[in-house]
Design a protein around this ligand. Sequence first.
Ligand code: BTN
Length: 255
Amino acid sequence: MNRNFEKERRLAGLFSVKGITGLSIYCFSEVESTMDTAFSLPDSMISDRTVILADRQTHGRGRFERTWNDSEGSIALSVILTDFDIHIPYSMVASYAVYKTFREYTGRVLLKWINDVLWDNGKKVSGVLTEERAARTVIGIGMNINTLHFPPELNGIATSYRRESGELLDPEDFISNLISNLLSLLDDIHSGSIKAVLTQWENASKMKGRNAVVVLDDQTRVSGIIKGLDKKTGALVLIVDGREREVYGGSISFK
Ligand code: BTN
């Protein structure tokens, strides 16, 4: 197993500064996908909230079976949950944690339903993918922090903190802040309710009142005015022909 112990040590130090101890972090130079690694590690090597980090993924994947491109300067990680509640929309919790973390460095990011973080020019800086298998839920997060070059097909739709601000971020500092934000959100929702997180999510998306089209997973199109999020499930509530309609997944665009 190829592990970057130096990085792991530094992260452990950063986490202990934030009062988080006992977190297992596996750092790899290269994996196919941190999702696959997260599912393939034996139970004896993991515990709830174990983190898998990779400098490079050869087969990173995104939603809708798309490829996730790991360009140099981006971060790829997965967090394994063994203690989870199938009713919680973990992707939305994670995207809110990413948003919150970027906001510690810049005011120029916002959330896009269902789990993207965008720069204020509409280009994507982060995506989240959550998968469940057997007794594990794995939250995968890709973040473009210092990426300078994207493949040509992504140039118009993806960007990074560095490309937009001209500044470099310290990846370990960013990862440590992200994990710390994510873990405290998980503590909050597991011990209380998800309503507060989804209310903050809705505010950060600035989507209320906008005209939108959602292409559902079965390719059906739903058009309407956004009323907001259902504060238990994270479903998008649209007003369609004067009636409320909830949608639970799909791809949104604004008119
Ligand atoms: C999306 O926007 O479609 C979701 C992208 C999720 C990418 C991350 S990178 C870390 C983890 N490993 C993967 O293979 N995918 C997720």
